[in-house]
Design a protein around this ligand. Structure first.
Ligand code: SF4
Length: 99
């Protein structure tokens, strides 16, 4: 199983608010293992098993090896719609709601 997580060893997960997604595909370029554009032109997260997760608010674990790419995606996302949060308390650590 792939090692997950991030800040201070805390497990992290990521989700996308498709209502704000512009479909530019920056996230899928940064971290194609985690993000993918569907035929509807919007980005979705993928499960560790590479399945596209299309339920609104669906989350997927952030693999430790991809943390930097996922964090950069959240920073560069023009829709401000990529949310990376701690699994333990759902506090956002990267994204529009991060402190
Ligand atoms: S970077 Fe943001 S706006 Fe662009 S496709 Fe990904 S989630 Fe959508």
């Amino acid at each position: 199983m792939q090692q997950e997580a991030g800040v201070d060893g805390e497990a992290l997960e990521v989700w996308i608010d498709q209502d704000l997604c512009t479909g530019d595909g920056i996230c899928a370029q940064y971290a194609p293992e985690v993000f993918e554009l569907d035929i509807d032109g919007l980005a979705y997260v993928k499960s560790p098993g590479d399945e596209l997760l299309q339920t609104p608010g669906a989350t997927t674990p952030v693999p430790l090896t991809l943390l930097r790419d996922v964090a950069d995606s959240a920073k560069e996302c023009p829709g401000d719609c990529i949310h990376v949060r701690r699994v333990s308390d759902s506090v956002e650590v990267y994204g529009p709601d991060a402190e």
